[in-house]
Design a protein. Structure first.
Length: 182
């Protein structure tokens, strides 16, 4: 079932389908802007990190069933780039890559810069649910705001409540790296 149909099933609105789709698209873009593109094995994400440390924590959990490419630079030019062998690092959890000294390109620390290209774990169902809730929240907020009488004081309180609820929903998509104990 399309998101627009799920929204219409869960709330009443006087928005037509075109207007409702615009709200959905705006919320979807907010999610992408904050947490990166939706997971797609055909379009993996690439992230750059500063090295000189033993562990690198990527922004989102890695789908370990998909290819992972790790490249490190010894200086500021890409001429010195070396693609790491899977034995040059180990994954501690789905977000942490630890450099190994006993690999083919062994070292105790990552070098100057590290680029990790990977497919994030598919969180599409969770993202879709949050998008639906954010759209419904937006519709409800606009309805309350349009009925608000009595000056700007009530609108400001409603705006704060809306923003708090919106931030809480968005934060529910934040990746959790888990606990690593050595």
């Amino acid at each position: 079932m399309a998101i627009i149909d799920r929204v219409k099933k869960r709330t009443e609105t006087d928005l037509d389908d075109v207007e409702l789709q615009l709200v959905i698209d705006e919320v979807n873009q907010d999610v992408i802007n904050r947490y990166g593109p939706h997971s797609d094995p055909a379009n993996p994400v690439s992230e750059m990190y500063y090295g000189y440390k033993k562990r690198i924590v990527v922004d989102r959990p890695i789908d370990t069933s998909q290819p992972i490419v790790v490249v490190e630079w010894y200086d500021s030019t890409e001429v010195s780039a070396v693609t790491m062998n899977a034995n040059d690092y180990r994954m501690i959890n789905t977000m942490t890559l630890e450099r190994r000294a006993d690999g083919p390109n062994g070292s105790w620390l990552w070098n100057n810069r590290v680029k990790v290209t990977y497919t994030p774990v598919n969180d599409g169902d969770q993202r879709e649910e949050v998008i639906i809730k954010l759209v419904i929240l937006s519709i409800q907020y606009e309805a309350v705001k349009s009925k608000m009488i009595g000056g700007p004081h009530g609108v400001n309180e409603t705006n704060l409540d809306y923003q708090l609820e919106r931030d809480t929903l968005m934060a529910s998509l934040a990746p959790r790296s888990g606990l690593y104990v050595q």
